[in-house]
Structure formats: structure tokens, C-alpha cells
Design a binder for this molecule. Structure first.
Ligand SMILES: [Zn+2]
Length: 455
């Protein structure tokens, strides 16, 4: 107790001093002088609660090799038991390599576990936060204008939308803005329609950013838009005019915004379910919904939602495609994701082969070859089920299986499957990644055209 060692008269003075101080600061908020008001504004800004950001200091990335059935069972149990370990995919088969992010508080336990069961492993990263810090430094500063938009930095949602709007204004003969409608948290889902005016063309639909943390996907989608509008390469100009283009860089705007403000590693939308948020929108589409490779638990990263097509973002995409598949003659559906360097086609929900399996296999291989020729990067191609892992409720399964869009591919962009950076791709990689993806898209459209899909 302070007053026990302060003489009473002094204590009284102290109280008066504190009270008059309070009085003064209260008076200051009714400021009349410009400079005093300015200071007050500053104070108010500092006093606002700072957004809480997730931290990944000394979080480690491990890669483990599952050499036995016992290993598979151990890691399946670990994923269910611990939310300190984030799995990139699930433990499924012997021989599989699995990437796991382990929080700092659990690295000793995890290290003990892999040694106790003789699991071959390596540490891909010892302090994930340092990668995230570097990545946030590559974000364009506030106030960046649409004419400064480029592919050397990453952009928040507002900048991407401002750029799309400026294109629709500047190039109104070719570009129109399309808003699919509001997201769960009321943000618009904006994209563009690019049409050079030829009659009766078929259309390519590009969906990007359904998984919020995969920042390279929206950056690649905007690169596509820029190339289609501004390339001086005659082959690209011909490609641009051979189709109409419907391109949506960020179909999960709430999640994307949250990766800037809250958690760089957020994947799902931001719908609230009890104590956890978010549906994995790419598990929510109404086609063989929830049969495999998805979770019924809202706290998991691959939660499929309370019912098929339950989410607003899913419904916006479904409604738009159903309304426009005939009028826009949509024959090609492309979804952009990262990472793993893959070009995949349906199905994901089962090993059942699509009707045009042979064509999609050949086109996928040619697209991957195009990338290898251009940059030397190796992209695997094949069906989702056979190439990455079984998963149901994905947009491309629905687009192909339900809507019957024949040419349907989904990309896992850079880095490689054993990437040390996971989704945190350096901005230096935007141009080469987007460039090789665009070249391979050109191959897909040309090859599909040769096979008669656009007649
Ligand atoms: Zn993804």
C-alpha cells in the first residue's frame, strides 16, 4: 500500500496533481488549435488496439518419411491429437513423404517422437516467422496506386480490386468488371471479363485464391490478365482473341484479407462455427461432397462445411457458372493453387476416370513439358486422385462432373513438393511462376482447340 509510507499532506497533494492531470487531458480532447488536435488524433491512433497477428517464431517445418504401417498410424493419430502440428496433407500410405509444421512449444516432443520410432526426417525450416517477416516486407505499401501495380510485390485485396476497376475504366472496350456477389463478411468477389469482340467465342474461366494463404495464385491470375491485355507477343495476342476470359483472382476475399491482418497461414473462409472459423471452400462444392479427404470438424484446415454448397463464396461461383455456362460458352475451367508444381485434372473424389481422360492426360503432359522447356521446372501431371491425394468437394470436380466443362485443370504452382517455404514464396518468384503457368495455359488452350473442344 503506497499511502503507508507517504505522509498524509503529501498524499493529498499527489491526488490533487493526478486529478488535475486527468482534467487537463480531458480538456485537450476538445481542442481548438490545429496542432493540438493533430497530436490528439495521433494519440487516438496509437491507443487503438493493434490487430493481433499470429506468430510462428521458432516454429519448425519437418519432412518425415513414412516407412511402415506403424509410421502411417502414428502420424494419423498425431494429426488427430495435436493442434500444435499442422499437416500439409494427411498420412496415408507407406513410402509417403509428409510435411508437418510444428510449433515451438512442441519441437522437443516431436523430435523425441521421430527418434523413438526411427522415422527418417529432416528439418526444412527452423524459424518459420523469419520467412513470414520477409514476405510481409514484400507487400506493396498502402497508397500504392493502380498504375504502380506490378508482379514484383504482393498486393492486399484493396489494391487488386482497385487495379481491376482501373482496367475496366481504361480499357472499357475490352474489359468489364464482374462482381460475383458478397462474401461471408460482406466483401465483393470481383473479377473481369475480357472480350476482344469476336462473335460466338468459347470462354475460359479462371478461379484463383480459393485458399487464402496461397498468395502466388492471385498474383498469377492478375499476371494472366495483364498478359492477355498488354502483351506485344503476336502468339499471345492471338490466344487472347481466340477466347473470352473470365478471371477471378481472389474468390475467398475474407480469407485473403485475414492473411494480411491476422494469420499468414490462413486457408479457409471466415465463417464462424462455435469456437472455430472457416470452411475449406475447395471441399464445399456440391459434387460427391465429403466422401473423402475432408474433415467434418470446423477446427480442421480441410473442414468441408455443414452441408454441400453451404458457403456464400461457393454459392456465388456455382450460380455464376450455372447462369453463364451456355451464354458465355464456358469450355475451360482453370483453378490456381500452390504449392507442389502440379497440373491436375478431375477427379479428386475417386479413382474413376473422366470420359476424356486420355485427352486430359495428354494435354496435361504437354502443358508440363512446356514449363520444363521454358524454365526447367518439373511439374507433375495427372488426375487429382492419382497425383496429389484423394479429396472431394473441389470446384474442378463439380465443374467437370456436374457442369460438364470438358477442359478442367487445377494448378499447384511453385515451389516443389518438398519446398522449404511452403506457401511463403518470395516475390522474386512471382514473374517466373506466373510466366510458366501462363505459357502452359496457352498450350492447354491450343491443344484443346486442336482436339475440337471449342467448336
Ligand atoms: Zn490450395
Amino acid at each position: 500500500m503506497i499511502h503507508q509510507w507517504i505522509p498524509k499532506p503529501l498524499l493529498l497533494l499527489l491526488i490533487i496533481a493526478i486529478l488535475s492531470d486527468l482534467q487537463e487531458s480531458k480538456a485537450a480532447s476538445f481542442c481548438s488549435k490545429e496542432d493540438q488536435c493533430a497530436v490528439d488524433e495521433e494519440v487516438k491512433q496509437i491507443a487503438l488496439p493493434a490487430p493481433i497477428q499470429a506468430r510462428y517464431d521458432y516454429t519448425r517445418i519437418y519432412q518425415v518419411e513414412l516407412a511402415s504401417d506403424e509410421h502411417v498410424r502414428i502420424f494419423q493419430a498425431l494429426e488427430l491429437a495435436s493442434d500444435s502440428c499442422s499437416f500439409m496433407g494427411h498420412a496415408r500410405v507407406v513410402g509417403q513423404k509428409l510435411t508437418i509444421m510444428v510449433t515451438a512449444a512442441k519441437v522437443a516432443d516431436f523430435d523425441d517422437l521421430v527418434h523413438s520410432y526411427n522415422v527418417t526426417h529432416r528439418v526444412l525450416n527452423h524459424n518459420f516467422q523469419s520467412l513470414i517477416d520477409a514476405n510481409y516486407r514484400e507487400v506493396a505499401p498502402p497508397g500504392t496506386t493502380p498504375d504502380q501495380f506490378d508482379w514484383k510485390r504482393y498486393y492486399p485485396l484493396e489494391n487488386i480490386y482497385a487495379w481491376l476497376e482501373s482496367l475496366a475504366k481504361k480499357r472499357s472496350d475490352v474489359v468489364s468488371l464482374v462482381d460475383l456477389g458478397a462474401s461471408t463478411q460482406g466483401l465483393p468477389i470481383k473479377g473481369v471479363r475480357i472480350a476482344f469482340g469476336k462473335e460466338n467465342l468459347t470462354s475460359v474461366f479462371v478461379e484463383s485464391g480459393i485458399h487464402a494463404r496461397e498468395w502466388i495464385a492471385p498474383a498469377t491470375a492478375t499476371y494472366f490478365i495483364d498478359q492477355l491485355l498488354n502483351s506485344e507477343d503476336p502468339a499471345i495476342q492471338e490466344l487472347a482473341r481466340s477466347q473470352n476470359w473470365l478471371i477471378f483472382p481472389t474468390v475467398n476475399p475474407d480469407g485473403y484479407r485475414y492473411t494480411f491482418e491476422g494469420d499468414r497461414m490462413w486457408r479457409k473462409n471466415r465463417a464462424l462455427f462455435g469456437i472455430c472459423r472457416g470452411v475449406d471452400l475447395n471441399r464445399n462444392f456440391p459434387f460427391h461432397w465429403n466422401v473423402t479427404g475432408a474433415s467434418g470438424d470446423p477446427c480442421r484446415y480441410d473442414y468441408s462445411g455443414p452441408s454441400a454448397g453451404s458457403e456464400l463464396e461457393t454459392q456465388r461461383i456455382v450460380q455464376f457458372l450455372e447462369q453463364h455456362i451456355q451464354s458465355d460458352r464456358i469450355r475451360t475451367f482453370i483453378a490456381l493453387h500452390s504449392y507442389s508444381q502440379m497440373i491436375m485434372f478431375p477427379y479428386g473424389h475417386s479413382a474413376k476416370r473422366v470420359d476424356n481422360y486420355q485427352d486430359l492426360t495428354e494435354i496435361g503432359q504437354l502443358a508440363a513439358q512446356r514449363i520444363k522447356d521454358l524454365s526447367g521446372r518439373i511439374y507433375k501431371s495427372g488426375s487429382i486422385y492419382e497425383t496429389i491425394y484423394p479429396s472431394a468437394g473441389g470446384s474442378k470436380d463439380w465443374a467437370h462432373g456436374h457442369l460438364k466443362i470438358p477442359i478442367t485443370f487445377s494448378y499447384e504452382l511453385r515451389g516443389p513438393a518438398d519446398s522449404e517455404d511452403l506457401f511463403i514464396l518470395s516475390a522474386k518468384e512471382i514473374e517466373p511462376t506466373a510466366g510458366e503457368a501462363f505459357a502452359s495455359l496457352q498450350t492447354i488452350v491450343q491443344e484443346a482447340g486442336k482436339r475440337g473442344y471449342y467448336q
